[in-house]
Design a protein around this ligand. Structure first.
Ligand code: NAP
Length: 244
């Protein structure tokens, strides 16, 4: 899994799954650009990773000007990126009847448009190097749908279409693009779920528990490795068997 000399960008790296992915990539030797909404959050991630191989950047991934500016800085300060993990994501849950247009737009903007913009920003250096690894953080909700999460489910289902199209467009240039679809992972995002619901998830998953950020990070690490070079356009479900 040696990633020495490689530059990786992880969006949403300040907490939860993204932070764990950034830690694993840095442990494997990559220089990691940690993106979060504020410089403080991004720098906290760098402190937590703590091995001198990462740098923090503030960027709203749904804003093209911000993405373009930060990705140019990353290339200048760390080197050309060959790994992109589109992990930044939010949820704004409501039943369709009560959903606010702003909540629809924001969730699609961050989760789906954000991945599109970040992918667009790394294509050129990856094509030049004839090498790249892109991983999009989807969700089992994008596969199954969920009442009260139409915006979130649509954004995650959209990511699967983006993943397959990117794989088809860039496969001949040595660039792979895959998606990971986690189930229920213990992070800030799932913190507020009722205890009973977490109990039900643990009971119904063959693994008998909720997932950890490390469960997801291990799969991402495989997808960005040389070993996964012949795998593209795929979705790997990491849910302890919950969706079986
Ligand atoms: P989390 O703990 O809530 O962290 C979200 C991350 O995204 C934070 O680093 C946050 O940065 C960043 N972020 C939010 N809006 C952003 C924006 N506009 N621009 C840049 N960064 C932004 O989430 P998580 O649970 O680790 O989830 C990570 C990903 O996995 C998400 O895409 C989520 O949909 C997906 N996922 C999670 C689960 C789960 O059970 N947790 C299941 C399936 C899929 P700040 O700290 O600066 O706010």
């Amino acid at each position: 899994m040696g990633l020495e000399g490689k530059v990786a960008i992880v969006t949403g790296a300040s907490r939860g799954i993204g932070l764990e992915i950034a830690k694993h990539l840095a442990q494997a030797g990559a220089r990691v650009a940690c993106i979060a909404t504020t410089q403080l959050n991004a720098d906290n991630a760098v402190t937590l990773i703590g091995n001198g191989l990462s740098q923090g950047f503030a960027c709203d991934v749904s804003d093209w000007q911000a993405v373009e500016g930060v990705f140019d800085r990353i290339s200048d300060e760390l080197g050309a990126p060959s790994i992109l993990i589109n992990n930044a994501g939010i949820a704004r849950d409501a039943l369709l009847m009560r959903m606010k247009d702003d909540d629809w737009d924001r969730v699609i903007g961050v989760n789906l448009k954000g991945a599109y913009l970040c992918t667009k920003a790394v294509i050129r250096p990856m094509i030049k190097a004839r090498y790249g690894r892109i991983v999009n953080m989807a969700s089992i909700i994008g596969l199954s749908g969920a009442a009260g999460q139409a915006n979130y489910a649509a954004s995650k289902a959209g990511l699967l279409g983006l993943t397959k199209s990117t794989a088809k467009e860039l496969g001949s240039r040595g660039i792979t693009c895959n998606a990971v679809a986690p189930g229920f992972i213990e992070t800030d995002m799932t913190e507020e779920l009722p205890k009973e619901m977490k109990g039900m998830v643990a009971k119904n998953a063959p693994a008998g528990r909720l997932g950890t950020p490390a469960d997801v990070a291990h799969v991402v690490l495989f997808l960005v490795s040389e070993a996964a070079g012949y795998m593209t356009g795929q979705t790997l479900v990491v849910d302890g068997g919950l969706s079986l």
